[in-house]
Design a protein around this ligand. Sequence first.
Ligand SMILES: Nc1ncnc2c1ncn2[C@@H]1O[C@H](COP(=O)(O)OP(=O)(O)O)[C@@H](O)[C@H]1O
Ligand SMILES: [Mg+2]
Length: 268
Amino acid sequence: MAAASPPLAPETEPQLVCELTGVTKAFGAVRAVDDVSLDIAAGSLTCLIGPNGAGKSTLLGCISGFHFVDSGVVQIEGHDVSRWPPHRRARHGLATVFQTTRPLAELDVLDNAAVGAHVRSRTGFVESMLRPPWQWREQHRVRLEAREALAIIGLDERANDPAAVLPLGQLRLLAVARALAQRPSVLLLDEPAAGLRAGEKTHLVDALRTLSGRGLTMVLVEHDMQFVGALADRVVVLDRGRVIADGTPAEVRDDPQVIAAYLGSTTL
Ligand SMILES: Nc1ncnc2c1ncn2[C@@H]1O[C@H](COP(=O)(O)OP(=O)(O)O)[C@@H](O)[C@H]1O
Ligand SMILES: [Mg+2]
């Protein structure tokens, strides 16, 4: 007998993949993230902006599990993950592209991407290198997923090159591919465009647009407003740990509170 199909969600209530409620994280006397509540809808691309030290990276860390919240709740697909360690959240569908990522220089591009696919496999990456031949099937799956991730990101032609020879722009794309190979439901990116040249930024924007078009939910920290404007449906502005604006790129750009937060800064 066929299973009953689930009730359709009303169109006015988008499915939430990530819900933050009253999230607070302090380092000593500094409230890096201060009572932040945010709902992230499935398939959305949210840009988190704000001056240096506003708490953007800390907030991403609270979602990924790199930081445990002091108070508040982090929910992923309806599960309270607030007390889960990062690896458990990763297996549950969270992937992060960190601000600085170094490839495993001695491996080729494909094997670097495959590291991501191992997050979900039973054995770790190093064990898999020592795997007996009867476990080839798992290995085959991992490499297929890694190759697919490279193709989505436009790096498939470099699959067999040593990662050490890639320029910064392609290394950043490789970091995204590695995260994608985890097959995440939410991808967190911390300043993925930092240090890239204009042409490299364009490639990254294209790649992220492709992912967005495929329905991947993304939360991206960035302060290049041109980059943000080219990508985001929604911009959330943090200042001193608090959300001071939340809207479309045009809405936040004209918000007096946002302009004040950025006074003296040339990034907006
Ligand atoms: N591991 C840490 N230990 C102590 N203070 C930290 C740590 N991480 C961040 N902070 C402080 O928390 C605040 C927010 O930092 P961060 O989240 O890195 O800001 P952003 O990413 O917006 O630049 C800053 O005042 C920073 O100095
Ligand atoms: Mg940061």
